[in-house]
Design a protein around this ligand. Sequence first.
Ligand code: PEP
Ligand code: MN
Length: 377
Amino acid sequence: MNLELDIIPLKKWVSTYAKPLLIAGPCSAESEEQMLDTAKQIAAFYPNSVFRAGIWKPRTRPNTFEGIGDIGLKWMQAVKRETGLLTATEVANAEHVEKCLKHGIDILWIGARTTVNPFSVQEIADALKGVDIPVFVKNPIYPDLQLWAGALERINNAGIKKIAAIHRGFYSYDNGPFRNSPKWELAIELKTACPELPVICDPSHIGGTPELIPYLAQKAMDMDMDGLMIETHNSPISALSDAKQQITPIELNKIISELNIRSASTANIEVQTKLEELRAIIHKLDNDLLELLAKRMVVSANIGEYKRDNNVTVLQVAHWRKLVETSISSGYQLGLTKEFIKGIYQLIHDESIRKQTEVMNISALLNNPPSSENTQI
Ligand code: PEP
Ligand code: MN
């Protein structure tokens, strides 16, 4: 893909830039107290981070919380005044842009539901003509690299040079364990087409659950991404949007402080460099294997539900034997030993059966909970 952008690199305009640029804060602005409490806790750990909060929320369905609206801009100003953090919010039309500029918001971002629509992106670009403000562009909901590149071009053509892409994952039919499939290859292709474009990863919207954030954040760092956007709330369980994926500032600090930030530059000793390269390949492949195994287990659970609904046993020996035989023969042709494939398949099968049994039993319990009568001895 061809992508030429005229960019001012992050380190030239974020005076305190150190990898990763951290953008943290709640999914939505909800109250002044929530904003200030969250921001102060984040600032105590990361005074050079950017505070994020959605003021206008593009929700998939109506009659859910659609953002606090204009009053939230005043709270953003309070956050900036009291913590010194830079502030960032999502804009979806020209009116949002105008209001953000009036209230001194430092960074704007375009959300995944807006990036899909060139009319909306162009409207935002037109509103930004002659303005010097950084703009981050999230990937479109669907895995369409051209739309992502097109949105970046429209913003850049309006004269905005402080730009970055945000990788937040893609809606896809095989999301595996993720809320939005990461499809790392698309972010990598964008970076390859335009190496000077900063790419920020949003593990919150990719993972959809706090447990996946450390893994995704580490992987983003290993892909040499430049920053992380992580939804952080002072009380995630009471959040009005995306409650399931937000973390507390203390959890954020744990995740960030445990990251292993590797340098992309090569060491000067040749052997060490080569070794590093090979290890990086292995590391990537291992991560791919883990993601594939996790995906496979999600399908196993689906099969468990299907078998349950159709009264089929979890274990079907003939089918399993055939599958192992085919895999041993394919693997053998690829240079893998029979014992190795057999061993791996045994482990996968055990876990798959455990997962399916769990699915069957949990739903059996839900449909038919033990009453006090039949549990008495
Ligand atoms: C958000 O950042 O809260 C948001 C709505 O994200 P996305 O546009 O990635 O869905
Ligand atoms: Mn969100």
